[in-house]
Design a protein. Structure first.
Length: 323
């Protein structure tokens, strides 16, 4: 127990320092800020959710005592709560007893653990990304006009442009329009990256208490399509609801983009140049960005038409007839 507490306190200190490093204004501090959930996730996956809880609470108290209540609340909402809950879900499992073979008189098989599906963890990650982005927007104001004005002033300060400035001013307006969705995308990808890195670290150290999941078989729940449709419909309402719809839509689309990559990993199983195709696809998406739309479409198409299931059924050999 003492070891767990010490690990938790160390993870909390590391996470708090990484979160508070953004105050320095250095470019590298932005990387540390986005990796702030990582120590707590490692503690949660390797030593249990209680370790992440102790670390998160101690870090929040320290940040609140030094920088005030707003920093404490921001840390809890954007770092501690997602790290604790996602780590808890990753270790969640239930025993499943397979049905014994009829008439062989053998003892019933030992129960095996059914782990919490990766697709549902991905959906929770999208939910946290949307929630934290919405909370950040509400710190700027309570209506669309106030939030848009605050975003615009912030971008003008960053770019050093004084209105009116012609084309540059129009570019700032365009950035303001896409800023909420872009923030949700960044939050979604950083949370996913942190969880993956934490799982890799704990698996390498032998502390991961579940087998490594089959990533290419991950699938989102069927109702996710309904949620995405509702979020897209909100985008056309205007005002604050449209902003919230953009944030939810962006987070869910990034979840489907990750499913699209899983589909690519499945459909290229039989290809001799599989590594070249996959690495080329990742490189194109990382360099240009916009091709991710095609990957999102692939994830959506798989959710509707079941491409992976059909492909695997064709590759599975027929059962051997019993004599």
């Amino acid at each position: 127990m003492m070891t767990t507490i010490l690990i938790a306190l160390a993870a909390g200190c590391a996470s708090a320092l990484m979160f508070a490093s953004i105050i320095s204004g250095a470019l590298f501090s932005l990387v540390l800020f986005y990796l702030a959930p990582l120590p707590l996730m490692v503690a949660g996956l390797g030593w249990g959710p209680l370790s992440a809880t102790i670390g998160g609470v101690s870090a929040a108290i320290g940040l609140g005592a030094i920088f005030g209540l707003p920093y404490c609340a921001a840390f809890v909402l954007t770092v501690a709560l997602p790290a604790w809950w996602l780590g808890h879900l990753a270790l969640l499992g239930r025993p499943v007893i397979a049905a014994p073979s009829a008439g062989n008189g053998a003892a019933p098989p030992a129960p095996v653990l059914e782990w919490y599906p990766v697709g549902r963890i991905l959906l929770w990650t999208a939910g946290f990304a949307a929630l934290t982005t919405m909370a950040a927007l509400f710190t700027l104001g309570g209506d669309a006009a106030t939030i848009t004005g605050a975003l615009r002033r912030g971008l003008l300060r960053i770019t050093g442009v004084r209105p009116p400035a012609g084309d540059t001013d129009q570019m700032v307006d365009a950035l303001v329009m896409i800023a909420p969705a872009a923030a949700a995308v960044v939050a979604m990808m950083t949370l996913t990256l942190n969880l993956w890195l934490a799982a890799k670290i704990t698996a390498t150290s032998g502390r991961l208490h579940r087998p490594w999941p089959e990533m290419k078989s991950a699938a989102l729940p069927a109702m996710t399509l309904v949620a995405l449709s509702l979020a897209l419909a909100l985008c056309f309402t205007g005002g604050l609801l449209a902003m919230l719809g953009q944030i939810a839509s962006a987070a869910l689309m990034m979840a489907y983009a990750l499913i699209g990559f899983a589909v690519l990993h499945t459909l290229t199983l039989a290809m001799k140049s599989r590594a070249l195709w996959l690495s080329g696809t990742y490189a194109v998406v990382l360099v240009f960005g916009w091709p991710v739309v095609a990957v999102v479409g692939l994830g959506l198409a798989d959710a509707i038409f079941g491409f992976r299931q059909r492909y695997l059924q064709r590759r599975t050999p027929p059962p051997v007839p019993s004599s």
